[in-house]
Design a binder for this molecule. Sequence first.
Ligand code: GBH
Length: 485
Amino acid sequence: APAQLFLDGKALPEGFIYGCATSAYQIEGAWNADDKSPSIWDVFLHNKTTNDVTYGSNGDVADDFYHRYPTDIPLFRNALAVQTYDFTIAWTRIMPAGRGALSDKGLAFYRNVIRASNAVGMSNICTLYHWDLPQSLQDEYGGWLSRNIVDDFRAYAKAVFKALGDDCSHWVTMNEPRTFCTEGFGPDPDSAPGVVSTFKEQYTCMHYALLAHAAAVEEFRLGGYKGKIGIKVDGGVSLPLDPSSAADREAAARTMDFEVGRDVAPLYTGDYPPSVLASGALPLKFTAAEKKMLKGSVDFIGLDFYTSQWVTPTKNCTPDSDTYPECTDQFQQDPRTGLDIGRPTASSWNFDAPHATIYGGIKYLAETYNATNILISETGMGVLNETNLPLEQVLEDVDRIAWYRGVLSAMRQALDDGFPLTGFIPWSCIDNFEWTDGYNVRFGLIQVAYDAAGKGSQARHPKLSGAYLKGVLTKGNPINPYNFV
Ligand code: GBH
Protein backbone atom coordinates (compact mmCIF):
# COMPACT_ATOMS: atom_id res chain seq x y z
CA ALA A 1 0.00 0.00 0.00
CA PRO A 2 1.25 3.54 -0.70
CA ALA A 3 2.64 5.46 2.26
CA GLN A 4 0.41 7.70 4.36
CA LEU A 5 -0.23 11.16 2.89
CA PHE A 6 -0.88 14.35 4.83
CA LEU A 7 -2.31 17.81 4.36
CA ASP A 8 -1.26 20.41 6.90
CA GLY A 9 -0.13 17.74 9.31
CA LYS A 10 -3.41 15.84 9.22
CA ALA A 11 -3.55 12.37 7.65
CA LEU A 12 -5.36 12.20 4.32
CA PRO A 13 -7.89 9.43 3.75
CA GLU A 14 -6.66 6.15 2.30
CA GLY A 15 -6.75 6.21 -1.48
CA PHE A 16 -6.12 9.95 -1.77
CA ILE A 17 -4.03 10.53 -4.89
CA TYR A 18 -0.90 12.65 -4.93
CA GLY A 19 0.67 12.77 -8.37
CA CYS A 20 2.17 15.07 -10.93
CA ALA A 21 1.13 15.52 -14.57
CA THR A 22 2.60 16.00 -18.03
CA SER A 23 1.29 15.67 -21.58
CA ALA A 24 2.72 13.90 -24.60
CA TYR A 25 3.25 16.80 -27.01
CA GLN A 26 4.62 19.00 -24.26
CA ILE A 27 7.38 16.63 -23.12
CA GLU A 28 8.07 13.71 -25.46
CA GLY A 29 9.73 15.29 -28.47
CA ALA A 30 10.76 12.56 -30.95
CA TRP A 31 8.04 14.00 -33.12
CA ASN A 32 8.74 11.69 -36.06
CA ALA A 33 10.52 8.80 -34.33
CA ASP A 34 9.68 5.19 -35.07
CA ASP A 35 6.12 4.76 -36.38
CA LYS A 36 4.73 8.07 -35.14
CA SER A 37 2.58 10.05 -37.57
CA PRO A 38 2.14 13.83 -37.42
CA SER A 39 -0.50 15.22 -35.08
CA ILE A 40 -2.42 18.43 -35.64
CA TRP A 41 0.04 20.16 -33.28
CA ASP A 42 3.02 18.90 -35.27
CA VAL A 43 1.49 20.30 -38.41
CA PHE A 44 0.36 23.49 -36.71
CA LEU A 45 3.86 24.31 -35.45
CA HIS A 46 6.52 22.28 -37.21
CA ASN A 47 6.56 24.39 -40.34
CA LYS A 48 5.45 27.58 -38.73
CA THR A 49 7.54 30.53 -39.80
CA THR A 50 5.46 33.23 -38.17
CA ASN A 51 6.26 34.43 -34.71
CA ASP A 52 2.93 33.33 -33.22
CA VAL A 53 4.72 31.03 -30.84
CA THR A 54 7.54 32.50 -28.81
CA TYR A 55 10.84 32.23 -30.66
CA GLY A 56 9.19 30.07 -33.31
CA SER A 57 9.63 27.03 -31.08
CA ASN A 58 7.65 23.79 -31.23
CA GLY A 59 7.44 20.37 -29.60
CA ASP A 60 9.79 18.56 -32.02
CA VAL A 61 12.26 17.88 -29.20
CA ALA A 62 10.57 19.32 -26.10
CA ASP A 63 12.02 17.55 -23.01
CA ASP A 64 13.14 14.59 -25.11
CA PHE A 65 11.19 12.47 -22.63
CA TYR A 66 10.81 9.80 -25.31
CA HIS A 67 14.48 9.00 -24.69
CA ARG A 68 14.92 10.30 -21.14
CA TYR A 69 11.98 8.62 -19.39
CA PRO A 70 14.22 5.98 -17.73
CA THR A 71 15.86 8.70 -15.62
CA ASP A 72 13.00 11.22 -15.58
CA ILE A 73 10.45 8.93 -13.98
CA PRO A 74 12.64 8.03 -10.96
CA LEU A 75 13.46 11.74 -10.66
CA PHE A 76 9.75 12.66 -10.42
CA ARG A 77 9.44 10.11 -7.65
CA ASN A 78 12.54 11.20 -5.77
CA ALA A 79 12.17 14.95 -6.08
CA LEU A 80 8.43 15.18 -5.44
CA ALA A 81 7.62 11.89 -3.65
CA VAL A 82 4.56 11.61 -5.88
CA GLN A 83 2.75 8.27 -5.71
CA THR A 84 1.23 8.61 -9.19
CA TYR A 85 2.61 9.69 -12.52
CA ASP A 86 -0.12 11.16 -14.73
CA PHE A 87 0.88 11.02 -18.40
CA THR A 88 -0.90 11.17 -21.74
CA ILE A 89 -0.72 8.83 -24.71
CA ALA A 90 -0.04 10.16 -28.19
CA TRP A 91 -2.67 8.65 -30.49
CA THR A 92 -0.19 9.21 -33.34
CA ARG A 93 2.42 6.98 -31.70
CA ILE A 94 0.14 4.10 -30.85
CA MET A 95 -2.21 4.10 -33.85
CA PRO A 96 -0.32 6.07 -36.50
CA ALA A 97 -2.99 5.94 -39.20
CA GLY A 98 -5.62 7.24 -36.78
CA ARG A 99 -7.43 3.93 -37.01
CA GLY A 100 -6.54 0.32 -37.63
CA ALA A 101 -3.14 -1.15 -36.90
CA LEU A 102 -1.34 -0.49 -33.63
CA SER A 103 2.34 0.30 -33.56
CA ASP A 104 4.37 -2.16 -31.48
CA LYS A 105 6.97 0.50 -30.87
CA GLY A 106 4.41 3.04 -29.73
CA LEU A 107 2.82 0.56 -27.37
CA ALA A 108 6.20 -0.54 -26.07
CA PHE A 109 7.06 3.05 -25.19
CA TYR A 110 3.98 3.50 -23.01
CA ARG A 111 4.42 0.02 -21.50
CA ASN A 112 7.93 1.08 -20.54
CA VAL A 113 6.66 4.33 -19.01
CA ILE A 114 4.23 2.34 -16.87
CA ARG A 115 6.87 -0.23 -15.96
CA ALA A 116 9.35 2.48 -14.99
CA SER A 117 6.67 4.14 -12.82
CA ASN A 118 5.75 0.88 -11.10
CA ALA A 119 9.40 0.07 -10.54
CA VAL A 120 9.78 3.13 -8.30
CA GLY A 121 6.48 2.59 -6.52
CA MET A 122 4.19 4.82 -8.58
CA SER A 123 0.83 4.02 -10.15
CA ASN A 124 -0.35 5.80 -13.29
CA ILE A 125 -3.18 7.99 -14.42
CA CYS A 126 -3.30 7.50 -18.19
CA THR A 127 -4.96 9.96 -20.55
CA LEU A 128 -6.02 8.99 -24.05
CA TYR A 129 -6.10 12.45 -25.54
CA HIS A 130 -4.34 15.73 -24.73
CA TRP A 131 -4.99 17.64 -27.98
CA ASP A 132 -2.70 15.75 -30.38
CA LEU A 133 -5.16 14.40 -32.94
CA PRO A 134 -3.73 12.43 -35.87
CA GLN A 135 -3.49 14.92 -38.75
CA SER A 136 -4.86 12.25 -41.10
CA LEU A 137 -8.25 12.42 -39.33
CA GLN A 138 -8.20 16.20 -39.56
CA ASP A 139 -7.51 16.01 -43.29
CA GLU A 140 -9.99 13.23 -43.94
CA TYR A 141 -13.09 14.64 -42.28
CA GLY A 142 -12.23 17.72 -40.25
CA GLY A 143 -11.42 15.91 -37.01
CA TRP A 144 -13.60 17.03 -34.11
CA LEU A 145 -16.13 18.69 -36.40
CA SER A 146 -17.37 15.36 -37.71
CA ARG A 147 -19.39 12.62 -36.09
CA ASN A 148 -16.82 10.18 -37.54
CA ILE A 149 -14.51 11.14 -34.71
CA VAL A 150 -16.80 9.42 -32.21
CA ASP A 151 -16.33 6.03 -33.85
CA ASP A 152 -12.62 6.52 -34.39
CA PHE A 153 -12.06 7.63 -30.81
CA ARG A 154 -14.06 4.65 -29.58
CA ALA A 155 -11.92 2.26 -31.62
CA TYR A 156 -8.70 3.93 -30.49
CA ALA A 157 -9.80 3.79 -26.86
CA LYS A 158 -10.87 0.17 -27.14
CA ALA A 159 -7.51 -0.83 -28.60
CA VAL A 160 -5.56 1.05 -25.92
CA PHE A 161 -7.66 -0.50 -23.15
CA LYS A 162 -7.10 -3.94 -24.61
CA ALA A 163 -3.35 -3.39 -24.52
CA LEU A 164 -2.97 -1.41 -21.25
CA GLY A 165 -6.41 -1.40 -19.63
CA ASP A 166 -5.49 -2.93 -16.28
CA ASP A 167 -2.12 -1.22 -16.07
CA CYS A 168 -3.39 2.24 -15.09
CA SER A 169 -5.22 2.86 -11.82
CA HIS A 170 -7.14 5.70 -13.48
CA TRP A 171 -7.99 6.51 -17.06
CA VAL A 172 -8.80 9.96 -18.39
CA THR A 173 -10.55 9.98 -21.75
CA MET A 174 -9.53 13.50 -22.66
CA ASN A 175 -8.07 16.72 -21.38
CA GLU A 176 -10.22 19.85 -21.39
CA PRO A 177 -12.68 19.59 -24.27
CA ARG A 178 -13.64 23.21 -23.69
CA THR A 179 -10.15 24.42 -24.33
CA PHE A 180 -9.27 22.32 -27.35
CA CYS A 181 -12.61 23.21 -28.93
CA THR A 182 -12.64 26.93 -28.16
CA GLU A 183 -8.95 27.52 -28.86
CA GLY A 184 -8.75 25.27 -31.93
CA PHE A 185 -11.89 26.64 -33.61
CA GLY A 186 -13.84 29.89 -33.59
CA PRO A 187 -13.23 33.41 -34.84
CA ASP A 188 -9.68 33.70 -33.49
CA PRO A 189 -8.17 30.25 -32.87
CA ASP A 190 -4.64 30.12 -31.49
CA SER A 191 -4.32 26.36 -31.10
CA ALA A 192 -4.31 23.42 -33.50
CA PRO A 193 -6.01 22.81 -35.83
CA GLY A 194 -6.59 26.59 -36.00
CA VAL A 195 -9.76 26.46 -38.09
CA VAL A 196 -11.15 29.98 -38.37
CA SER A 197 -14.88 29.53 -37.87
CA THR A 198 -17.69 30.57 -35.52
CA PHE A 199 -18.94 29.64 -32.09
CA LYS A 200 -21.03 26.96 -33.81
CA GLU A 201 -17.91 24.99 -34.73
CA GLN A 202 -16.71 25.31 -31.15
CA TYR A 203 -19.98 23.81 -29.95
CA THR A 204 -19.92 21.09 -32.61
CA CYS A 205 -16.46 20.07 -31.48
CA MET A 206 -17.61 20.00 -27.85
CA HIS A 207 -20.63 17.92 -28.75
CA TYR A 208 -18.63 15.22 -30.50
CA ALA A 209 -15.92 15.36 -27.84
CA LEU A 210 -18.50 14.58 -25.16
CA LEU A 211 -19.89 11.73 -27.23
CA ALA A 212 -16.40 10.39 -27.91
CA HIS A 213 -15.71 10.50 -24.17
CA ALA A 214 -18.89 8.57 -23.43
CA ALA A 215 -18.12 6.01 -26.15
CA ALA A 216 -14.67 5.38 -24.67
CA VAL A 217 -16.16 4.96 -21.19
CA GLU A 218 -18.67 2.49 -22.59
CA GLU A 219 -15.81 0.42 -24.05
CA PHE A 220 -13.91 0.58 -20.77
CA ARG A 221 -16.89 -0.67 -18.81
CA LEU A 222 -17.76 -3.37 -21.36
CA GLY A 223 -14.17 -4.57 -21.08
CA GLY A 224 -14.50 -4.94 -17.31
CA TYR A 225 -11.17 -3.29 -16.55
CA LYS A 226 -10.08 -2.76 -12.96
CA GLY A 227 -9.41 0.96 -12.72
CA LYS A 228 -11.56 4.06 -12.63
CA ILE A 229 -12.34 6.27 -15.61
CA GLY A 230 -13.14 9.95 -15.87
CA ILE A 231 -12.35 13.17 -17.69
CA LYS A 232 -10.42 16.38 -16.99
CA VAL A 233 -12.28 19.64 -17.44
CA ASP A 234 -10.93 23.16 -17.19
CA GLY A 235 -12.47 26.43 -16.33
CA GLY A 236 -12.18 28.95 -13.59
CA VAL A 237 -14.73 30.11 -11.14
CA SER A 238 -16.80 33.10 -12.24
CA LEU A 239 -17.77 35.61 -9.61
CA PRO A 240 -20.18 38.54 -9.96
CA LEU A 241 -18.23 41.76 -10.46
CA ASP A 242 -20.67 43.44 -8.14
CA PRO A 243 -22.02 40.87 -5.70
CA SER A 244 -24.92 43.15 -4.80
CA SER A 245 -26.10 43.24 -8.43
CA ALA A 246 -28.65 40.59 -9.37
CA ALA A 247 -27.68 40.97 -13.04
CA ASP A 248 -24.02 40.29 -12.24
CA ARG A 249 -24.91 37.31 -10.07
CA GLU A 250 -27.04 35.93 -12.87
CA ALA A 251 -24.19 36.51 -15.36
CA ALA A 252 -21.74 34.68 -13.08
CA ALA A 253 -24.06 31.68 -12.85
CA ARG A 254 -24.54 31.74 -16.62
CA THR A 255 -20.80 31.77 -17.18
CA MET A 256 -20.39 28.74 -14.92
CA ASP A 257 -23.08 26.96 -16.95
CA PHE A 258 -21.52 27.83 -20.30
CA GLU A 259 -17.88 27.33 -19.40
CA VAL A 260 -17.94 24.47 -16.92
CA GLY A 261 -21.48 23.08 -16.92
CA ARG A 262 -21.47 22.67 -20.68
CA ASP A 263 -18.76 19.98 -20.32
CA VAL A 264 -19.83 18.62 -16.97
CA ALA A 265 -23.63 18.59 -16.90
CA PRO A 266 -23.95 15.97 -19.68
CA LEU A 267 -21.75 13.58 -17.66
CA TYR A 268 -24.03 13.78 -14.63
CA THR A 269 -27.46 14.62 -16.03
CA GLY A 270 -27.23 13.41 -19.63
CA ASP A 271 -27.70 16.85 -21.16
CA TYR A 272 -26.41 20.41 -21.29
CA PRO A 273 -27.37 22.80 -18.47
CA PRO A 274 -30.88 24.28 -18.81
CA SER A 275 -29.53 27.79 -19.47
CA VAL A 276 -27.35 26.53 -22.30
CA LEU A 277 -30.25 24.61 -23.84
CA ALA A 278 -32.52 27.64 -23.42
CA SER A 279 -30.08 29.91 -25.26
CA GLY A 280 -31.24 28.20 -28.45
CA ALA A 281 -27.70 28.52 -29.77
CA LEU A 282 -26.65 24.89 -29.75
CA PRO A 283 -26.11 23.52 -33.26
CA LEU A 284 -26.64 19.91 -32.11
CA LYS A 285 -28.77 18.10 -29.58
CA PHE A 286 -28.25 14.75 -27.88
CA THR A 287 -30.62 11.91 -28.78
CA ALA A 288 -32.26 9.88 -26.03
CA ALA A 289 -29.74 7.07 -26.54
CA GLU A 290 -26.84 9.53 -26.37
CA LYS A 291 -28.17 11.06 -23.17
CA LYS A 292 -28.29 7.62 -21.64
CA MET A 293 -24.73 6.93 -22.70
CA LEU A 294 -23.51 10.26 -21.29
CA LYS A 295 -25.29 10.17 -17.95
CA GLY A 296 -23.04 8.61 -15.33
CA SER A 297 -20.10 8.35 -17.70
CA VAL A 298 -17.50 9.28 -15.07
CA ASP A 299 -16.19 7.52 -11.96
CA PHE A 300 -14.35 10.72 -11.09
CA ILE A 301 -14.08 14.26 -12.36
CA GLY A 302 -10.74 16.00 -12.73
CA LEU A 303 -10.69 19.77 -12.35
CA ASP A 304 -7.91 21.58 -14.18
CA PHE A 305 -8.60 24.77 -12.30
CA TYR A 306 -6.00 27.51 -12.29
CA THR A 307 -7.70 30.87 -12.00
CA SER A 308 -10.93 32.84 -11.69
CA GLN A 309 -12.65 35.91 -13.08
CA TRP A 310 -15.34 38.49 -12.42
CA VAL A 311 -18.21 38.80 -14.85
CA THR A 312 -20.99 41.16 -15.87
CA PRO A 313 -23.67 40.75 -18.56
CA THR A 314 -22.69 41.90 -22.06
CA LYS A 315 -24.81 44.91 -22.98
CA ASN A 316 -27.01 44.47 -26.08
CA CYS A 317 -25.74 40.97 -26.81
CA THR A 318 -26.65 39.74 -30.32
CA PRO A 319 -25.42 36.80 -32.43
CA ASP A 320 -22.76 39.16 -33.81
CA SER A 321 -21.36 39.94 -30.37
CA ASP A 322 -17.99 38.48 -29.42
CA THR A 323 -19.41 36.89 -26.33
CA TYR A 324 -22.51 35.33 -27.96
CA PRO A 325 -24.21 33.03 -26.94
CA GLU A 326 -22.90 33.32 -23.42
CA CYS A 327 -23.14 37.09 -23.35
CA THR A 328 -20.91 37.79 -20.36
CA ASP A 329 -17.94 40.16 -20.13
CA GLN A 330 -15.08 38.85 -18.02
CA PHE A 331 -12.43 40.67 -16.03
CA GLN A 332 -9.44 39.67 -13.95
CA GLN A 333 -8.88 43.30 -13.10
CA ASP A 334 -11.76 45.25 -11.63
CA PRO A 335 -12.53 47.95 -14.21
CA ARG A 336 -13.69 50.29 -11.46
CA THR A 337 -10.74 49.99 -9.10
CA GLY A 338 -7.94 48.41 -11.14
CA LEU A 339 -7.66 45.73 -8.45
CA ASP A 340 -6.47 42.31 -9.68
CA ILE A 341 -8.48 39.24 -8.73
CA GLY A 342 -5.25 37.72 -7.42
CA ARG A 343 -1.50 37.89 -7.82
CA PRO A 344 -0.63 38.11 -11.52
CA THR A 345 1.69 35.47 -13.03
CA ALA A 346 3.74 35.10 -16.21
CA SER A 347 0.64 33.84 -18.06
CA SER A 348 -1.69 36.71 -18.88
CA TRP A 349 -4.73 34.54 -18.08
CA ASN A 350 -3.49 33.11 -14.82
CA PHE A 351 -4.04 34.98 -11.55
CA ASP A 352 -3.41 33.43 -8.16
CA ALA A 353 -6.84 33.29 -6.53
CA PRO A 354 -6.84 29.91 -4.79
CA HIS A 355 -9.82 30.26 -2.51
CA ALA A 356 -12.14 31.29 -5.34
CA THR A 357 -10.66 28.82 -7.79
CA ILE A 358 -9.83 25.68 -5.85
CA TYR A 359 -12.27 25.81 -2.96
CA GLY A 360 -14.91 27.40 -5.18
CA GLY A 361 -14.40 24.89 -7.99
CA ILE A 362 -14.72 21.87 -5.70
CA LYS A 363 -17.79 23.34 -4.00
CA TYR A 364 -19.43 24.16 -7.33
CA LEU A 365 -18.99 20.62 -8.66
CA ALA A 366 -20.13 19.00 -5.44
CA GLU A 367 -23.16 21.22 -4.99
CA THR A 368 -24.29 21.60 -8.59
CA TYR A 369 -23.76 18.06 -9.86
CA ASN A 370 -23.44 16.04 -6.66
CA ALA A 371 -20.00 15.00 -7.83
CA THR A 372 -18.68 12.50 -5.31
CA ASN A 373 -15.11 11.99 -6.50
CA ILE A 374 -13.31 15.22 -7.37
CA LEU A 375 -9.62 15.52 -8.18
CA ILE A 376 -7.68 18.72 -8.58
CA SER A 377 -6.12 17.20 -11.68
CA GLU A 378 -4.09 20.24 -12.70
CA THR A 379 -3.16 23.54 -11.16
CA GLY A 380 0.04 25.50 -11.19
CA MET A 381 1.75 28.71 -12.19
CA GLY A 382 4.25 29.63 -14.83
CA VAL A 383 7.25 31.87 -14.45
CA LEU A 384 9.17 33.45 -17.29
CA ASN A 385 12.20 31.62 -18.56
CA GLU A 386 14.99 33.18 -16.58
CA THR A 387 17.95 32.05 -18.67
CA ASN A 388 20.05 34.97 -17.51
CA LEU A 389 19.54 34.35 -13.78
CA PRO A 390 21.82 32.16 -11.67
CA LEU A 391 20.47 28.63 -11.49
CA GLU A 392 20.17 28.74 -7.67
CA GLN A 393 17.81 31.66 -7.97
CA VAL A 394 15.66 29.94 -10.59
CA LEU A 395 15.43 26.85 -8.39
CA GLU A 396 14.44 28.88 -5.33
CA ASP A 397 10.95 29.41 -6.75
CA VAL A 398 9.28 31.04 -3.79
CA ASP A 399 6.52 32.55 -5.96
CA ARG A 400 5.45 29.06 -6.92
CA ILE A 401 5.61 27.95 -3.29
CA ALA A 402 3.23 30.81 -2.50
CA TRP A 403 0.91 29.56 -5.26
CA TYR A 404 0.82 26.03 -3.87
CA ARG A 405 0.49 27.26 -0.33
CA GLY A 406 -2.81 28.85 -1.35
CA VAL A 407 -3.91 25.73 -3.23
CA LEU A 408 -3.11 23.46 -0.29
CA SER A 409 -4.96 25.73 2.15
CA ALA A 410 -8.02 25.80 -0.10
CA MET A 411 -7.94 22.00 -0.42
CA ARG A 412 -7.55 21.65 3.37
CA GLN A 413 -10.63 23.78 3.85
CA ALA A 414 -12.61 21.82 1.25
CA LEU A 415 -11.81 18.57 3.07
CA ASP A 416 -12.60 20.07 6.46
CA ASP A 417 -15.95 21.21 5.10
CA GLY A 418 -16.71 17.68 3.93
CA PHE A 419 -16.34 18.10 0.17
CA PRO A 420 -15.31 14.94 -1.72
CA LEU A 421 -11.81 15.91 -2.78
CA THR A 422 -9.88 12.73 -3.64
CA GLY A 423 -6.65 13.81 -5.28
CA PHE A 424 -4.12 16.52 -6.04
CA ILE A 425 -2.02 16.52 -9.21
CA PRO A 426 0.06 19.66 -9.70
CA TRP A 427 0.94 20.82 -13.20
CA SER A 428 3.61 20.02 -14.00
CA CYS A 429 6.20 17.42 -12.96
CA ILE A 430 8.75 19.18 -15.13
CA ASP A 431 9.20 22.30 -17.30
CA ASN A 432 7.85 21.66 -20.77
CA PHE A 433 6.55 23.12 -24.02
CA GLU A 434 3.87 25.58 -22.93
CA TRP A 435 1.80 25.64 -26.15
CA THR A 436 1.53 29.19 -27.50
CA ASP A 437 4.04 30.43 -24.91
CA GLY A 438 6.65 28.02 -26.22
CA TYR A 439 9.50 27.38 -23.77
CA ASN A 440 9.30 30.86 -22.39
CA VAL A 441 6.87 30.11 -19.58
CA ARG A 442 7.77 27.36 -17.13
CA PHE A 443 5.24 25.44 -15.03
CA GLY A 444 7.56 22.68 -13.80
CA LEU A 445 8.39 21.52 -10.30
CA ILE A 446 11.65 20.37 -11.88
CA GLN A 447 13.65 22.73 -14.07
CA VAL A 448 14.99 21.82 -17.51
CA ALA A 449 18.14 23.53 -18.76
CA TYR A 450 17.06 25.02 -22.07
CA ASP A 451 16.51 28.54 -23.26
CA ALA A 452 13.38 30.26 -24.52
CA ALA A 453 13.87 28.57 -27.87
CA GLY A 454 14.12 25.15 -26.22
CA LYS A 455 17.86 24.82 -26.78
CA GLY A 456 20.22 23.69 -24.05
CA SER A 457 21.75 20.77 -22.20
CA GLN A 458 18.37 19.40 -21.09
CA ALA A 459 19.80 18.81 -17.60
CA ARG A 460 17.11 18.46 -14.91
CA HIS A 461 17.19 20.27 -11.54
CA PRO A 462 14.50 19.95 -8.85
CA LYS A 463 12.99 23.26 -7.71
CA LEU A 464 12.28 24.19 -4.11
CA SER A 465 8.51 24.13 -4.76
CA GLY A 466 8.79 20.37 -5.34
CA ALA A 467 10.55 19.90 -2.00
CA TYR A 468 7.82 21.99 -0.38
CA LEU A 469 5.04 19.80 -1.79
CA LYS A 470 6.92 16.65 -0.88
CA GLY A 471 7.24 17.90 2.69
CA VAL A 472 3.59 18.82 3.12
CA LEU A 473 2.08 15.80 1.37
CA THR A 474 4.41 13.04 2.49
CA LYS A 475 6.11 14.21 5.69
CA GLY A 476 3.22 15.93 7.38
CA ASN A 477 4.82 19.37 7.31
CA PRO A 478 2.60 22.37 7.96
CA ILE A 479 1.33 24.26 4.92
CA ASN A 480 2.95 27.43 6.14
CA PRO A 481 6.33 27.19 4.51
CA TYR A 482 8.98 27.32 7.15
CA ASN A 483 11.63 24.76 7.85
CA PHE A 484 10.45 22.43 5.10
CA VAL A 485 13.60 21.39 3.30
C1 GBH B 1 -3.73 23.50 -18.96
O1 GBH B 1 -4.95 24.09 -19.33
C2 GBH B 1 -3.31 22.47 -20.00
O2 GBH B 1 -3.99 21.26 -19.79
C3 GBH B 1 -1.82 22.22 -19.99
O3 GBH B 1 -1.47 21.48 -21.14
C4 GBH B 1 -1.06 23.53 -19.93
O4 GBH B 1 0.33 23.35 -19.95
C5 GBH B 1 -1.48 24.26 -18.67
O5 GBH B 1 -2.85 24.54 -18.77
C6 GBH B 1 -0.79 25.60 -18.45
O6 GBH B 1 -1.15 26.49 -19.46
O7 GBH B 1 -4.01 32.43 -23.63
O8 GBH B 1 -5.83 33.82 -22.92
O9 GBH B 1 -6.15 32.29 -24.75
C7 GBH B 1 -5.48 25.04 -18.42
C8 GBH B 1 -6.62 25.83 -19.05
C9 GBH B 1 -7.23 27.10 -20.94
C10 GBH B 1 -5.50 27.88 -19.57
C11 GBH B 1 -6.76 27.98 -22.08
C12 GBH B 1 -5.02 28.79 -20.68
C13 GBH B 1 -5.66 30.02 -22.66
C14 GBH B 1 -6.03 31.41 -22.32
N1 GBH B 1 -6.14 26.71 -20.10
N2 GBH B 1 -6.12 29.16 -21.55
S1 GBH B 1 -5.48 32.57 -23.50
